[in-house]
Design a protein around this ligand. Structure first.
Ligand code: PIM
Length: 404
């Protein structure tokens, strides 16, 4: 499909279902012709080029993160009024991030590796004898939920609820294109999500244990490092962060392997290439397509005037296909020299705190899946996408497997 042949060119709308199906020709058009484009429907400026996105992310003084949760979750925010780390600026961001960094330190991750391996083996054992299953339901959703559940100290038997809550809260930003019945369910899920974590926070106060919720509660009680609302917002963010995007990372990777069987043969034969495949898959099919910032003063990006308080959308998935950084950007190439220049985890002070954890989960998961199955095929050619317009991943992914 060529956008140049379509008219009018002004119809780029990231909420549009057909555009979401294949946004890449649009991203290319934006990078070439309208690197900063005002979208009247969203009342926001899309920023499409790699260097502009990087500069925007580095300039946290010029571009505040404060509108992020309102635009992502809309009226379906389980912790309204609370300051989320991802939507805060220094000094609040620094204070929150310093606390959270500890749970994701190299040492903490090394200590988690055995548990991640055990979780993956359990999930695969549960699939014994099955040749057809939904990859997301049975594997790519329960895995990160279990891992982040261990970190937070919540029972992972509720993973189906966690997944639905996360899906429905992140879909809040897409509410304008969703039906009334779905919106009612989303409101209920946001309320249940909130209540669940209020209860867990109350438990943590009553019975201190060695988990992140207790550490956060402790930080709150010890001296003004954290407010009670901030504890709730961090729990919500970490559950969604662990649940939504890692699930999509793994599912998108399977879809990518369907399209690049020669890459699958190569990485099955040389497992040391798996980390590069994961990074390249994140570049090629980014689980977070775009996020939101607010210009704190009138400014210019790529020659376009941005008024004070305007919303701008760093479009990571477009930056990740920028031909001025990545040659043949639409092609998956695990040997490209600039593999790690992708911005799928963002950039600057907000760069994803869970990125090393996601990479470890992906590496151990693919190794275990390759060990167990000689072949993992998608059982249907097509699939629906998740509802959140700023995220990308299949809603469900039926697969057919052949054991080794
Ligand atoms: N997921 C993983 N890291 C960040 C996220 C996220 C951020 C905003 C909305 C939804 C998911």
């Amino acid at each position: 499909m060529s956008i140049e042949n379509e008219s009018p060119l002004t119809t780029y709308d990231p909420l549009d279902a057909a555009i979401r199906r294949n946004p890449y020709p649009w991203y290319q058009h934006l990078r070439r012709h309208e690197p900063v484009k005002f979208l009247p429907g969203m009342n926001a400026y899309a920023v499409a080029r790699h260097e502009d996105v990087r500069q925007l992310m580095l300039n946290h003084g010029g571009f505040s993160s404060d509108p992020l949760i309102q635009l992502a979750f809309s009226d379906f925010n389980p912790a309204p009024g609370a300051r989320y780390m991802i939507a805060s600026d220094p000094p609040d961001h620094t204070r929150l991030r310093t606390l959270v960094n500890k749970a994701f330190s190299k040492r903490a991750l090394t200590e988690m590796e055995d548990a991640i391996r055990a979780t993956i083996n359990q999930l695969i054992e549960r699939l014994e004898g099955k040749t057809h299953f939904d990859f997301i339901e049975e594997f790519s959703s329960p895995l990160p939920v279990s891992v982040v559940g261990d970190i937070l100290g919540v029972e992972t038997s509720k993973h189906a609820d966690f997944r639905r809550w996360s899906n429905n809260v992140t879909a809040g930003g897409s509410a304008a294109v969703l039906g009334e019945a779905q919106q009612a369910a989303m409101h209920q899920d946001a309320a249940d999500f909130r209540q669940y974590f209020l209860d867990r926070i109350a438990d943590a106060r009553a019975h201190p244990q060695d988990n992140l919720i207790c550490a956060l509660v402790d930080a709150e009680e010890q001296g003004q490092k954290l407010s009670a609302d901030e504890v709730l917002a961090l729990c919500v963010l970490l559950l969604i962060g662990g649940n939504e995007t890692t699930t999509n990372m793994l599912a998108n990777a399977l879809v990518t392997l369907r399209d690049y069987p020669e890459v699958e043969r190569e990485i099955r034969g040389n497992r040391a290439l798996i980390p590069d495949f994961i990074e390249e898959s994140l570049r090629h099919t980014s689980p977070i397509q775009l996020l939101f910032r607010r210009a704190t003063a009138a400014t210019r990006i790529a020659g376009v005037d941005i008024p004070e308080n305007a919303i701008v959308m760093p479009t990571f998935a477009s930056a990740n296909r920028d031909e001025s950084v990545f040659s043949k950007p639409d092609t998956l190439d695990i040997r490209r020299p600039d593999l790690r220049k992708h911005v799928a985890f963002g950039w600057g002070i907000h760069m994803c705190v869970g990125r090393a954890l996601a990479a470890i989960e992906g590496e151990i998961a693919l190794n275990a899946l390759f060990d167990r199955y000689a072949s993992i095929q998608l059982a249907s050619a097509d699939f629906d996408l998740c509802d959140a317009f700023y995220l990308r991943g299949p809603k469900g992914l039926p697969v057919e497997v052949r054991p080794n």
